[in-house]
Design a protein around this ligand. Structure first.
Ligand SMILES: Nc1ncnc2c1ncn2[C@@H]1O[C@H](COP(=O)(O)OP(=O)(O)O)[C@@H](O)[C@H]1O
Ligand SMILES: [Mg+2]
Length: 574
């Protein structure tokens, strides 16, 4: 029976393929070396291994240890040494190909940006797990820099990726999935996933946070946490292996030499970091035909292939004498992929924007609150006051006998058609300003409609002009007259009807339904009247009654509190 010879002190049975490994150590201590030793042994035993390589060093499996001879014929997707290019949107496609063909493969995603990696890894993990449910064969996944794929602290946008890998790691065993996590920061790998580890390889580790995270794992496995104190002293390439359940060992082992290139070696002066030898040939032709879709997709999106294709098409186009139908067909084949790439980038940006938009309501609410606070700090006047209210320059009531001041004549007014020829306010502006100046607390747009009888659009035009001339200002939802506004009206301005006269005026201007109900409420004032009682008094059906009340409410002619409705005190202001 074949065994996985990892060290002279440790051989593993083929069970290892579906087991859960973690390799933890500081940078340079030999994690990748040890994990790729394990990978070599698995591949040599004929196992299926898939490496998700965010670092870009696993292509070394294809070369002999000296960097010249042939290594293991495992295909490489993506990266500088890739046999086949890899695009961020190929995650699901590649998972399908790997499962359909039982491929061992290195997925070099080291060239992806954070967002691209997230997209690829998420799609890959989701599809891989889903497909494995019906393809129960042993496969081992190697996750380099596991804290990137299975983070303990999830950033916005990483939730789906973490979810996918968590599921893969926790439930994958049922479908034949084993895995190896490699990380120099165990505390940054999701706890629930790290705690699943069946065989922990710890090499030299000195960081306090790192050792604390390991201590936790060891204590959970009821081991002796004092062992953690030995970790800083371990030589490169030596590991403590803990496997309390599966192997029932705790052992110090020296990882055996690999037969393939360790491409992560720090380049030394004079030595080329890049491999000089030929990569071991892989059966690319068979691969290509079996993965027709995947490869075609990948190649079409490869910039080099695309540029070549575009050049070909341009050449064809230049030669074509008239509208070339065959070129059109070619374009249908190629352009959608280009467009799709652009769209996918835009879509990701849009997603980001959508996230930010979701925060907009909170932001608007904050601004609204600040504005309201501002309004509340503004002193309110006593509506019954007969003398000017002490104003700080804010709200004022019309002074009964204020000295007439020179009217304000901002230059903009000269252009306003509705202004009188002699420069005085137009009738509409005057009526609107008068209604506003009469109410020290200001009036709402709805109230103005009642007070002046103007239509909404007309009313808004007047308000806008008065505002532009600084004769009124808007505070919250109410308008108040400025000092200049009051001065403009003059001391002897004729107030619009209030009190009895206003009620008569308003009642006369309302449609029948609203008028009838308001009359009931005016008669009962200052008491509120129950809706039921209103129905009895008016014989309106419940729904028309409520509609009328709602319309009266919109004009602020009534106040509604629960079932009680009351005429607005505004109608009783003297
Ligand atoms: N078991 C080993 N046998 C021989 N050399 C090793 C061994 N482990 C590590 N090394 C050396 O240490 C270097 C760093 O190891 P590596 O696995 O890349 O570190 P890590 O992944 O922990 O950052 C390797 O390039 C290799 O030269
Ligand atoms: Mg490494």
């Amino acid at each position: 029976v074949k065994h996985l010879h990892i060290s002279d002190e440790l051989s593993l049975s083929l069970d290892a393929i579906t087991q859960k490994f973690a390799f933890i150590a500081r940078s340079g201590a030999g994690k990748t070396y040890a994990a790729s030793k394990l990978t070599e042994e698995m591949l040599d035993a004929g196992a299926q291994v898939v490496v998700l390589d965010v670092v870009g060093t696993w292509f070394g499996l294809r070369l002999a240890a000296d960097g010249k001879g042939e290594g293991i014929p495992i295909p490489i997707f993506g990266g500088e040494h890739g046999d086949v290019p890899l695009a961020p949107h190929h995650g699901a496609l590649v998972a399908d190909a790997i499962i359909d063909r039982t491929l061992s493969v290195v997925l070099d995603v080291s060239g992806f940006t954070g967002g691209e990696l997230r997209r690829f890894a998420t799609d890959f993990a989701e599809r891989f797990f889903h497909r494995k449910k019906t393809h129960r064969s042993a496969v081992h996944l190697v996750l380099e820099e596991a804290q990137v794929l299975v983070p303990q602290r999830v950033m916005k946008g990483e939730e789906r990726m973490l979810g996918a890998f968590e599921k893969l790691c926790k439930l994958g065993r049922n479908y034949g999935i084993g895995y190896t996590l490699i990380s120099q920061r165990p505390q940054a790998v999701h706890k629930d996933v790290l705690s699943q580890t069946e065989a922990l390889f710890v090499l030299q580790t000195n960081g306090a946070h790192e050792r604390k995270a390991l201590e936790q794992w060891i204590v959970e496995q009821s081991g002796d946490k004092k062992l953690v104190d030995e970790l800083p002293g371990l030589p490169v390439g030596t590991a403590y292996v803990w496997s309390p359940q599966w192997l029932r060992i705790f052992r110090k082992v020296k990882i055996a030499p690999k037969r393939t290139l360790n491409a992560s070696a720090t380049p030394t002066f004079g030595a080329t970091a890049k491999a000089t030898g030929e990569l071991a040939p892989v059966d690319l032709e068979a691969l290509r035909s079996a993965m027709a879709t995947a490869v075609a997709e990948a190649e079409k999106d490869d910039p080099k292939t695309l540029r070549k294709r575009i050049a070909e098409l341009e050449a064809k186009l230049a030669k074509a004498p008239v509208g070339p139908p065959q070129v059109k067909i070619e374009r249908v084949e190629v352009i959608p992929n280009v467009v799709r790439n652009v769209l996918s980038i835009k879509a990701e940006k849009l997603q980001g924007a959508a996230h930010r938009l979701r925060e907009l309501p909170d932001y608007l609410d904050e601004i609204a609150s600040a504005l309201l606070a501002c309004v509340r700090e503004t002193p309110a006047g006593d509506p019954k006051a007969k003398t000017p209210y002490p104003t700080n320059g804010h709200a004022v009531v019309a002074p009964a006998k204020a000295p007439r001041q020179a009217p304000m004549r901002p230059s903009t007014r000269e252009n306003v058609a509705s202004a009188d020829a002699d420069g005085d306010l137009g009738k509409g502006e005057r009526a609107t300003l008068t209604a506003i100046a009469q109410h020290a607390n200001g009036v709402t747009r709805a109230q103005l409609t009642v007070l002046t009888g103007y239509k909404r659009s007309t009313r808004n035009t007047y308000l806008q002009r008065l505002g532009a001339w600084r004769l009124i200002v808007e505070r919250g939802s109410r308008f108040v007259a400025t000092d200049a506004g009051v001065a403009e009206l003059g001391a002897d301005f004729e107030p619009l009807p209030t009190g009895d006269a206003l009620r008569t005026h308003v009642l006369g201007s309302l449609p029948e339904g609203e008028r009838t109900i308001l009359q009931v409420l005016v008669d009962a004032y200052p008491d509120a009247v129950d809706r039921e009682a209103i129905s009895e008094a008016t014989t309106y059906t419940r729904s028309s009654r409520n509609t009328y009340i709602q319309r009266l409410g919109a004009r602020e002619l009534v106040e509604v509190a629960g079932d009680g409705v009351k005429a607005s005190p505004m109608l009783f202001d003297a």
